[in-house]
Design a protein around this ligand. Structure first.
Ligand code: PLP
Length: 362
């Protein structure tokens, strides 16, 4: 079978050049006589992969010296606990949470085990179809941090602005990291699971301010940012293979214009699909236009059985994983950095054909 256009929300497509390079090196990395999967994480050859990957990530995202880059395990979900455990010791035991979808809700619930959390806003009243505006945020200047999920993978919305707050920001950027610049002067912690824009599942990128306070008493060592900062993510065995693939993906990204190139591609891909949806009599988007995600495009025909037919016909045409999340239904086209513009064009061409066939034209 030829390679398909895979619209999965994650794990998702990786650049073909990266897969080929990893394949070519799989049994013998750069004449070391070993696969990266077999190497000691403390060996010189792996140290080079690790250091280069970290340096390339620092350069790509313009991460200042005030912040450390960590390569951790446990997925983005583990950070839902790590964040409050590391940021709410001392007299700032409270945190503000913006609830704009499933993952921010999960993060809020987890954080409540360790800190006093306020809902600074919620778009649940309208099935998370929008991002609240700055004027709608209920901000408490005494909290340790303000938490938001920059891109809501399930509902298909993306913050069109960076919240203005008196306190540091914490952001889950799992589904839009490396697609836009990040202002690290305002973010104390940015984290992202790798399996959408960076690498296979296994590594979680966590970028933290180095001068964070001591973690809460009783914080497990694997969740303690200071331990991981001191050991350069090597308190135990790091996810070596995923870090290596992240390194290859970053080099691919640099060859393709870096963040700016990725941001342009994101804009081109998503406007192709949104423009078609906006002019279609059959399909409609599910998110307020100003807040639509550049990565996860959610849409529906309004008829569940037609939606199911769309997903299954698309699969037969080589466009796979277009079903919406099981909790939402409809369709979702996830197009991360590795999705070529041809994938978006093929999706639009298929949507056109489908619409015509429903109208009985074909
Ligand atoms: C925005 C966001 N946050 C968190 C998660 C959970 O990530 P993980 O499975 O790495 O824990 C996901 C997974 O899709 C996500 O999209």
């Amino acid at each position: 079978m030829a390679r398909v256009f895979n619209f999965s929300a994650g794990p998702s497509m990786l650049p073909e050049a990266v897969l080929e390079q990893a394949g070519a090196q799989i049994t013998n990395f750069q004449d070391s006589g070993q696969s990266v999967m077999e190497m000691s994480h403390r060996s010189k050859v792996f140290a080079e992969i690790f250091d280069e990957t970290k340096a390339n990530l620092r350069a790509a995202l313009n991460v200042p010296k005030t912040h450390e880059i960590l390569f951790l395990q446990g997925g983005a979900t583990m950070q839902f606990a790590a964040v409050p455990m590391n940021l709410t010791a001392g007299d700032r035991r409270r945190a503000d949470y913006a609830i704009t979808g499933s993952f921010s809700n999960l993060a809020y619930k987890e954080a409540q085990k360790f800190a006093f959390c306020n809902k600074a806003c919620s778009s649940e009243d309208s099935n998370f179809s929008y991002i609240p505006e700055q004027s709608q945020l209920k901000l408490d200047p005494g909290v340790a941090y303000f938490y938001y999920c920059a891109n809501n993978t399930i509902y298909g919305s993306e913050w069109p602005y960076v919240p203005e707050t008196a306190v540091p920001l914490v952001s889950d950027m799992s589904s839009n990291i490396l697609t836009r610049e990040v202002d690290f002067d305002r973010h104390a912690v940015v984290f992202a699971g790798a399996q959408k824009n960076m690498a296979p599942a296994g590594v979680t990128v966590v970028i933290v301010r180095k001068d964070l306070p001591k973690a809460l008493d009783g914080t497990p060592v694997m969740l303690d940012y200071q331990t991981m900062i001191k050991s350069d993510s090597m308190h135990n065995t790091p996810p070596c293979w995923s870090i290596y693939i992240l390194g290859l993906t970053l080099k691919w990204m640099i060859r393709n214009g870096g963040i700016e190139g990725m941001a342009q591609l994101k804009q081109q891909r998503s406007s192709l699909v949104y423009d078609f949806i906006d002019n279609s009599d059959l399909f409609s988007g599910t998110v307020r236009r100003s807040d639509r995600s550049g990565m996860n495009i959610t849409f529906t025909t309004g008829d569940e059985s037609l939606d199911r037919k769309f997903v299954s016909d698309a699969e037969s045409a080589g466009l796979v994983n277009l079903a919406g999340h099981r909790s939402v239904g409809g369709m979702r086209a996830s197009m991360y950095n590795a999705m070529p513009i041809e994938g978006a064009a093929a999706l639009v061409a298929f949507m056109k054909r489908f619409e015509l066939s429903v109208k009985g034209v074909n």
